[in-house]
Design a protein around this ligand. Structure first.
Ligand code: OAD
Length: 242
């Protein structure tokens, strides 16, 4: 069954002029980055309300920074896997390509993806809560809270927290990509977080062929045109093999 699906999916990708890809935590799980909602998912063991909301940061910025510093440590020891690399090769040969990720780990950037929208931000970037300047900052001190070199304001992770809106430009570019694609490949996301979860139905309503790659069934598996079940690091390179 998977080989029939794979054959059809490969033909669709080969014939597509415009390809969009949406990734979630499942693609980075194969690099050792924890997912959010699986058996060992982060939201099984931590409360998002205490760690990933503007209120949590206002209440206890040190706790929030400790949590992000811990996640930074985990991510720092990981590397892109064959699925991330296969998407870089796809980008070099596709006529039009746009990669949209919900992941904040920066592994797509590290692999070399260029045409990339990081919907939920990037864990290696910080934003000043006062002047709003965004900078790359890998050395946030654990013992002290980090402050802006320009205006002295408190720095926060440049990540979209629960209850916050996505960056308008990034969202618009992502919407445009899925509205205009022939094929949307959705890799390793539960599809439960909005507005990212709307990208699949939007692609379909504009005639895009949606291929889902996931270890398990999701809320979108029954509506995807094709589902390839398995690990991203195995399936993505097989799908995109030249
Ligand atoms: P989830 O943790 O909700 O879902 C991960 C998905 O990956 C599940 O559907 C798994 O079945 C699948 N999966 C796990 N391992 C896999 C593997 N090796 N290969 C393929 N699939 C695999 O993660 P997301 O959908 O990415 O928000 O979560 C969306 C957002 O919720 C995240 O961006 C995060 C979180 O709150 C922010 O950080 C703002």
């Amino acid at each position: 069954m998977i080989s029939d699906h794979l054959t059809e999916a490969r033909a669709r990708v080969a014939a597509a002029h415009s390809i969009a890809v949406l990734t979630g935590a499942g693609i980075s799980a194969d690099s050792g980055v924890p997912t959010f909602r699986g058996a060992d998912g982060l939201w099984r063991n931590f409360r998002a309300e205490d760690l990933a909301t503007p209120d949590a940061f206002a209440r206890d910025p040190r706790l929030v920074w400790e949590w992000y510093s811990w996640r930074r440590e985990v991510i720092a020891s990981t590397e892109p896997n064959p699925a991330h690399h296969a998407l870089v090769r796809l980008e070099t040969r596709a006529q039009r390509f746009h990669l949209i990720t919900q992941n904040v780990d920066g592994l797509h950037r590290m692999a070399g993806s260029q045409h990339l929208s990081e919907l939920h931000g990037n864990i290696w970037e910080v934003r000043c809560t006062s002047c709003r300047l965004v900078t790359d900052n890998r050395d946030v001190p654990l013992s002290l809270l980090p402050y802006c070199h320009t205006c002295g304001g408190l720095l926060r992770p440049h990540i979209v927290w629960f209850g916050e809106a996505l960056d308008d430009c990034i969202l618009a570019a992502s919407m445009h990509a899925v509205e205009s694609c022939d094929v949307l490949i959705v890799i390793g996301t539960s599809g439960l977080v909005y507005p990212a979860a709307t990208l699949m139905p939007i692609a379909q309503s504009h005639g895009g062929f949606v291929i889902e790659i996931n270890l398990a069934s999701t809320a979108h598996s029954s509506t995807a045109a094709l589902t390839l079940q398995g690990r991203a690091r195995d399936i993505v390179p097989l799908l995109l093999k030249e």
